[in-house]
Design a protein around this ligand. Structure first.
Ligand SMILES: *Cc1c(COP(=O)(O)O)cnc(C)c1O
Length: 356
């Protein structure tokens, strides 16, 4: 008798819903917080040249020294810190979770937040505790978080700053209290830093239990799959042992290093997206039956009466956004739209107005 999956796999794995990526060809794609702008042709030509000459017969530089130096320079990473690189910041979350996965360990986050925190906890068999955000404004309920910390003693706390899918920045003093109070590590996930201009990066040398995580994905390089965490070497040297050798491939190393050397290109694109976020917010706010929530990221969360109906009607009009209705009680009626090009945003707003 051969085993069936339910005989061999852990219950948490059997209970998981796979991370769903919808088919998007032919759509105005505003569902995944991608930067809508391509790289300028001269830079693309340089990347093509480098890719043509890349020694793909060899393993990549395991320490990614050039890329790390470039990241330190362009992201202003404080001296005296270590850098842990991942195949996207999703992999960093996984490495950290694997590292602390002792029996009884807990990962704490807030709800609703980035779904991978909870999913990856399940992958590695660690209990996840999600503290609800305030219903009124999706703000952090500091007292509730501090109570949960004292009750569950989490080894790891993940807080996205700005938060996904709500788009807001949590109160800075509240986060500092959490960092000071937590018995374990606190990871501030700054995936949307380019659109928020607020950061805990300068504080990593002041708090040994603080790690700051960033990614190049939302910045305009989602296809490369590159994220990193920075903080104290004492912690990151331990987690680095769990990183698979060569996890950042040679084409990613070359391309990221080259593009980040021209960082003002991505910075200008981010600035255009921030401006466009303002127009998109006004457009949403002007529609009857739509409540839009202020955002410091490159997406906007909004509430409508019949979210699933609106989502489906937008799809019929070839506009793809994200339906969050049903994923958490606080997100009842909520949809999330990524800020696109001015043209894409106009198409979206007009399709939305016809879909309400
Ligand atoms: C998109 C996102 C990530 C994942 O980024 P990758 O580097 O593409 O894996 C991490 N955290 C948050 C909050 C995100 O929204």
């Amino acid at each position: 008798m051969k085993a069936k999956p339910q005989d061999l796999l852990r219950e948490e794995i059997l209970a998981l819903q796979a991370y769903h990526v919808p088919e998007a060809s032919g759509f105005v794609k505003l569902d995944a917080m991608e930067n809508p702008y391509p790289l300028p042709p001269p830079l693309r030509a340089r990347v093509a040249q480098l890719a043509a000459n890349a020694p793909v017969n060899r393993y990549p530089d395991a320490g990614a020294a050039l890329l790390k130096a470039r990241l330190r320079q362009t992201m202003k990473i404080p001296d005296g810190t270590d850098l842990l690189l991942g195949n996207g910041s999703d992999e960093i979350i996984q490495i950290l979770a694997m590292g602390i996965a002792r029996p009884g360990a807990v990962i704490l986050g807030v709800d609703p937040s980035f779904v991978m925190f909870r999913m990856i906890a399940a992958f590695v068999g660690v209990r996840f505790v999600g503290v609800p955000l305030r219903a009124s404004d999706f703000g952090l309920d500091l007292e509730a978080v501090l109570r949960a910390i004292s009750e569950h003693r989490p080894a790891l706390i993940f807080l996205a700053y700005p938060n996904n899918p709500t788009g807001n920045l949590f109160d800075r003093d509240a986060l500092t209290r959490i960092i000071e109070t937590a018995p374990g590590l606190v990871v501030i996930d700054e995936a949307y830093h380019a659109f928020a201009a607020e950061s805990f990066l300068p504080l990593v040398t002041a708090h040994e239990n603080l790690l700051v995580m960033r990614t190049v994905s939302k910045l305009g390089l989602a296809g490369l799959r590159l994220g990193f965490a920075t903080g104290s070497a004492r912690w990151l040297q331990q987690f680095d042992k769990l990183r698979l050798p060569y996890n950042v491939n040679v084409l990613t190393q070359l391309t990221a290093e080259t593009v980040l050397a021209e960082q003002e290109i991505l910075a200008d694109q981010a600035s255009a997206i921030r401006d466009e976020r303002g127009s998109l917010f006004e457009g949403l706010d002007a529609l009857r039956g739509v409540t839009a929530f202020p955002s410091r990221a490159n997406f906007i969360l909004f509430r409508v009466n019949d979210a699933t109906g609106v989502f489906e009607r937008l799809k019929q009009r070839k506009v793809l956004i994200k339906n969050l209705h049903g994923t958490h009680p606080l997100l009842a009626g909520c949809l999330r739209v990524t800020v696109g090009t001015p043209q894409e945003n106009r198409t979206f707003l007009s399709a939305l107005s016809d879909s309400l």
